[in-house]
Ligand binder design. Structure first.
Ligand SMILES: [Zn+2]
Length: 385
């Protein structure tokens, strides 16, 4: 019998259902929450009380009368208590943001890499996170969790960075040394999450959208490496071992140029920022290959939207424009309306904001396997629950 554990899980699911409803429809009353969730009014009252006490919800504001009933109090996400920190470890730069539960960026900082070796990266990240945390404290906010995005494949069960070729990392167990570095800098031992940077980025776009979010949703990162994060059925689709979305190594040309991975003709060999920045780099030609890649993603997933970001898009606006034109011409040939392809809401900060959204995503969708749950708790200390 696992009755106690099952009851706790049911409670977490119900709390997450209520939080998601309030987030999607700010100002809902308890009665409306009960009607929308299908939970009983007494269950809703109990859970709302807990969520108020834990600083997730806020009922400040005027009471309103709904129909003939008693006046009811509108509920909102409480943005005055909790905040999240997101980190992007890029190939060239480290970005740190503080984000509210609604996705407002409260603080941001970017610094070039001092050293790619994991201990040096951990020390730099810890210093930057400590500064961000001091900013939160000065604003009277409490840190709930820290999310980190890395440009490589992260093993889902262990949290080990399996392969980050552009950092020169292979099988790096980043979370334990990072937790220690954060502790040395005086950062509280909150839950620490690690994810591939494109997977994090798509979560930022998904979780901090207006309303319920676009699903399926794809984020394509065009940087030194090229990768995709995919939200499918309300979850990040990571594949069997966390390698899904490595679209930089989908082959676009048989016997094409050699890619850093060893194959011939990979997308990265045509559209990596290293190719664009070469003397005589042909952005228009690269844009057509990006368009080819997006066309293939479109017909594979039929997403609500494809968001395309990364250094190459910021440096060369014509890169994404050309790719959109290419997809439009494929769509026209097939007699179809082209898919929605757009830039990310948070621009260059998207992976860092998405890393901050990791904890929110896990909290709002509590059905995780034990193996997955383990990797997000490297430090036994305060957590979101
Ligand atoms: Zn490749």
């Amino acid at each position: 019998m696992k009755t106690k554990g099952d009851q706790q899980l049911v409670k977490r699911i119900n709390r997450s259902v209520l939080l998601r409803l309030v987030r999607a429809q700010p100002g809902l009353s308890r009665a409306r929450l009960a009607a929308e969730s299908g939970l009983t009014k007494s269950t809703v009252s109990l859970l709302v009380r807990e969520l108020l006490d834990d600083g997730w919800l806020d009922e400040a504001g005027a009471s309103v009368t709904e129909g003939m009933g008693r006046p009811s109090t509108p509920l909102h996400l409480n943005v005055g208590v909790r905040a999240l920190i997101g980190v992007e470890i890029n190939v060239e730069i480290v970005r740190v943001v503080c984000v509210s539960l609604q996705g407002d960026v409260l603080h941001s900082d970017a610094q070039p890499h001092e050293d790619h070796r994991p201990p040096a990266v951990c020390a730099q990240v810890a210093r930057m996170v400590a500064a961000a945390h001091r900013h939160l404290l000065a604003s009277g906010l409490r840190l709930s969790s820290i999310g980190v995005g890395v440009p490589g494949a992260v093993h889902d069960a262990t949290g080990v960075v399996r392969f980050a070729p552009n950092l020169g990392w292979r099988d790096v167990d980043l979370l334990p040394p990072l937790a220690h570095a954060l502790k040395r800098e005086g950062v509280p031992g909150v839950a620490l999450h690690l994810q591939n940077d494109a997977d994090a980025a798509v979560l930022g776009e998904f979780e901090f959208s207006d309303g319920e979010g676009e699903d399926p949703l794809i984020f394509v990162s065009c940087d030194v490496g090229v990768g995709a994060g995919i939200v499918l059925n309300d979850r990040v689709f990571i594949g069997a071992q966390g390698m899904a979305g490595e679209i930089g190594h989908s082959v676009l040309q048989i016997d094409g140029p050699r890619c850093s991975c060893g194959r011939l003709g990979c997308a990265e060999a045509f559209i990596s920022s290293r190719v664009l920045e070469q003397p005589g780099g042909d952005v228009r030609r690269a844009a057509r290959y990006l368009g080819l890649l997006l066309q293939n993603l479109w017909v594979t997933f039929e997403p609500r939207a494809i968001v395309v970001g990364g250094k190459s898009c910021e440096a060369h606006p014509e890169f994404l424009r050309g790719a959109i034109d290419t997809v439009a011409s494929y769509a026209e040939s097939a007699g179809l309306a082209p898919p929605v392809i757009r830039s990310p809401r948070y621009g260059a900060w998207t992976p860092a904001v998405g890393a901050a959204a990791l904890a929110l995503h896990e909290y709002l969708r509590p059905l995780r396997t034990n193996a997955q749950a383990r990797r997000v708790r490297p430090v036994a200390a305060e957590s979101l629950t």
